[in-house]
Design a protein around this ligand. Structure first.
Ligand code: AMP
Ligand code: GLY
Length: 435
């Protein structure tokens, strides 16, 4: 198959790497393209210098390379309608329409769909000024959860017991202009306790196929300290997850949401990322995203045995109901993100990265690129906040953790930082679900 992957992060590198492995194993014969990709992806796909947000340009590229399938990785092109442009050009797309991607693009819209579909989620108030936010946070009490309605690369949410910090965040959201010029909206939610789970549900507009659950580490520092990020690490599977969790999420959350979107005439095709909290009052949706999660995808796809191309194509063609049950490796996967100096604040670019090849040569370890670039003389440089995702497979989480950190230790990037506790509590059997 000819497949064009849109995006340039470690998630897209993981998708390309997983597809390339099908060819390497002689299972499929793919020609892989990426737009715009990154230096890591360049080893496994042909890169095209096309702006991922330019729907007409991506559609033209898809036609030019004769793509059988276009896979759109990040949320911004989906929300901007790049999937629609490619579909209009007659090429099958894995990724929702702009209308369906509003499940991620607007938290208020997602809440409204969840209410219509009877999906359990945090109670919320949609606010249009700071006075409303103050009333809402006082109604819920601390810890306060204050969210920018729109896309914010995982950084639009503040969870804090400091009332002033909650109001300051709301004020900052109201002060930042919206891409479309519409008025800013802030969503205030009740606080959800309990461990979080990311479950990627592959959807074809009517059927749902869940992937293996993963856990993400959103806070920047060890022990979940510091501000939220796009994600500092992940692991899969979750040895502590209650039996039946995946079936429950499909039945009570993903399928009703997909049915509601179809009923509205905006069918959801792609990954419905269900972010969950397993609270003492039951399973609740924390967020929906309209795409694979980053960095969870790096861990989840490392364990997938079924050819990814068959899953993505079946979803794009509306044929998921006929897909064989997915097969998974028994091994565990752990992903550790290496971030730039300053991330998640203002980052420093242009630092020289060494050791990625040595790390990737370790057994079971794979180094996926995100914020990397090549200098004129071919040196690998940092170029963005999350620079690399080091992913390792191992017999159990403790072994996968050991391998991933052995890889991280071989990589040098001045001023970089990473969490040292990814999957540590799960490996030690310390994660518990509230009764
Ligand atoms: P979101 O972008 O909505 O996923 O929020 C980012 C992160 O903030 C989540 O992964 C949670 O860790 C945290 N968070 C969001 N909403 C809540 C909530 N209602 N209660 C507790 N934590 C939350
Ligand atoms: N890892 C969180 C996200 O992809 O949104």
């Amino acid at each position: 198959m000819k497949i064009l992957v849109v995006g340039s992060g470690a998630r897209e590198h993981a998708i390309v790497h997983t597809l390339a492995a099908e060819t390497a194993a002689g299972r499929e014969e793919h020609q892989l393209h990426a737009a715009p990709g990154n230096p890591g992806i360049a080893a496994e796909a042909t890169l095209h210098a096309v702006d991922a947000l330019d729907g007409a340009a991506v559609a033209a590229l898809a036609v030019e390379v004769g793509a059988d399938l276009v896979v759109i990785g990040p949320e911004a092109p989906l929300v901007a309608g790049v999937g629609d442009a490619v579909r209009e050009a007659g090429v099958p797309v894995f990724g929702p329409s702009a209308e369906a991607a509003r499940l991620e693009g607007s938290k208020a819209f997602a809440k409204e769909v969840m209410a219509s579909a009877g999906v359990p989620t945090a109670m919320a108030h949609v606010c249009t000024d700071v006075d409303q936010v103050a009333a809402a946070i006082d109604a819920f009490g601390p810890p306060y959860v204050v969210k920018d309605d729109g896309l914010a690369a995982g950084k639009g949410v503040v969870v804090t017991s400091d009332r002033q910090a909650a109001l300051d965040h709301a004020q900052a959201c109201f002060a930042s202009p919206r891409p479309g010029g519409e008025d800013p909206v802030v969503v205030v939610e009740e606080y959800l306790d309990g461990p979080e789970v990311s479950l990627f549900c592959v959807c074809d507009g009517s059927s749902v196929v869940p992937l293996a659950p993963a856990q993400d580490f959103k806070r920047v520092f060890d022990a979940d300290e510091g501000p939220n990020t796009g994600g500092m690490g992940a692991y899969s599977p979750l040895p502590w997850a209650p039996a039946g969790l995946v079936e429950e999420v499909v039945t009570r959350i993903a399928q009703p949401t997909v049915d509601e979107m179809a009923r509205r005439g905006t069918p959801f095709v792609g990954v419905l990322y269900v972010g969950l909290a397993l609270t003492s009052r039951g399973t609740r949706v924390v967020e929906f995203n309209a795409r694979f999660g980053d960095p969870e995808t790096q861990s989840v796809l490392a364990r997938l045995v079924t050819p990814l191309s068959s899953v993505l194509l079946a979803a794009a063609r509306g044929e998921l109901a006929a897909l064989e049950p997915l097969r998974w490796r028994d091994e565990s996967a752990v992903t550790v993100v290496v971030a730039s100096h300053g991330y998640p604040g203002a980052v420093r670019n242009g630092d020289v990265i060494t050791g990625t090849e040595a790390a990737g040569a370790l057994a079971g370890v794979h180094v996926l690129h995100a914020g990397t670039a090549l200098s004129d003389d071919g040196a690998l440089l940092s170029s963005g906040g999350r620079v690399l995702s080091v992913t390792a497979l191992g017999e159990g989480l403790a072994e996968a953790r050991r391998a991933a950190y052995a890889g991280v230790d071989l990589i040098s990037l001045p001023g970089s930082h990473h969490r040292t506790d990814i999957a540590a509590r799960a490996a030690a059997g310390e994660v518990t679900v509230p009764a």
